[in-house]
Design a protein around this ligand. Structure first.
Ligand code: ACO
Length: 323
């Protein structure tokens, strides 16, 4: 059977790092509060010349280099983002052009923080359905542009960045030992749409708007939703938490990550945590965390890796893959 196999990955971060202490003169907060409630210590913030497209392009180029490929080898780009450069055209098409790629096709996918997990599951279907052979999956965000910098309950939580993964069609035996995407489960429920949203849009206010979140409400649902969808993915693949080599969750809050891992019985040393370095980068958080754990030698070829995310909508989902 056809499997979608990881051939390379990459990441890109804005030059500017903003530490928790940098907020202290702006809003009533403290490094201590932010670290204790979220685990975040710093985040990267895009300069005017750094955009979702430019960061996405840089992450894509890094992923192509690690795969030993060029844009000519790619036939589909899927960009997960909620902060596109323009309302249209799709920012993925702009990245395609920046890469000098004038063949194949590209589209954006919007599932907020779950975007990258949705995009990997979507790329897998395009590959297994025969519509694409090599897919560049990117998560790129500039949430700093939609933050209300006077709202301490949200502005300290988010950061900018991009990560990318290249998936290629390969032969598998249909077994759990195959390399590639092995199982995926996706969910959404719009009943929660007002708990985490942006208060603007082209069809309503005609403005970009600002992020609004009932943090406590999101927190309340997060662990249950995350663990449910992961258990469904384990069931589909016929594995248990003990079989995993690495758990790479969406990086929103260290307390949510710890509680989810504990409930699932995933050992602490198997959990990749980068929320301290990047804050919540929405659709970029999972590929940024992957990039850190691949670069430092933790995630290696053949390892069983679980990706998970939950975000605005709500949307949530999990992907199991063998690296
Ligand atoms: N500094 C100091 N105090 C603050 C800050 C701040 N930056 N922000 C809020 N507070 C205050 C609040 O005003 C509140 O004060 P009060 O008790 O006088 O009303 C107090 O701190 C406690 O606030 P809570 O909201 O109860 O704090 P909580 O422990 O829930 O932490 C947080 C807040 C970090 C937002 C948490 O609820 C959370 O992480 N929620 C989930 C966010 C998430 O996972 N998002 C994922 C999806 S993101 C996406 O899809 C884009």
């Amino acid at each position: 059977m056809i499997r979608s196999v990881v051939r390379g990955n990459g990441a890109a971060l804005p030059r500017r790092i903003m530490k928790n202490a940098d907020f202290e003169g702006m809003v009533e907060t403290s490094d201590e509060w932010i670290v204790q409630r979220t685990g975040i210590r710093q985040r990267h913030v895009a300069a005017d010349d750094e955009t979702t497209a430019s960061l996405g392009e840089a992450a894509a180029r890094a992923a192509l280099d690690s795969a030993g490929m060029t844009p000519a080898d790619i036939d589909l780009i899927i960009l997960a983002t909620s902060t596109p450069n323009n309302t249209f055209p799709a920012t993925s098409v702009e990245i395609q052009n920046r890469l000098g790629m004038h063949h194949g096709f590209a589209f954006d996918l919007q599932a907020v923080c779950s975007g990258f997990v949705y995009a990997v599951a979507t790329a897998d279907l395009y590959i297994r359905g025969g519509l694409a052979k090599r897919v560049l999956v990117i998560g790129s965000e500039t949430f700093s542009r939609i933050l209300d910098w006077n709202d301490r309950s949200t502005c300290v939580l988010f950061g900018d960045g991009a990560g990318a993964l290249i998936l290629e069609a390969g032969e598998g035996a249909g077994a759990i030992t195959d390399r590639g995407v092995l199982a995926a489960s996706l969910r959404s429920d719009g009943v929660h749409k007002d708990k985490l949203f942006v208060d603007g849009g082209p069809s309503t206010t005609g403005t970009v708007g600002h992020l609004r979140m009932e943090g406590r409400e999101v927190f309340k649902h997060a662990v249950g939703m995350i663990t449910d969808v992961i258990e469904a993915t384990f069931g589909e693949a016929g594995i248990t938490a003990q079989d995993l080599d690495w758990f790479v969750p969406h990086q929103a809050n260290k307390r949510i990550i710890d509680a989810s891992a504990k409930k699932l019985g995933i050992a602490e040393q198997k959990v990749v945590v980068t929320v301290d370095l990047h804050g919540n980068t929405s659709a970029a958080s999972v590929p940024l965390a992957l990039a850190v754990a691949v670069a430092d030698g933790r995630i290696k070829k053949g390892d069983l890796v679980l990706l998970e995310a939950m975000g605005g909508g709500f949307t949530w989902g999990a992907v199991l893959l063998r690296w």
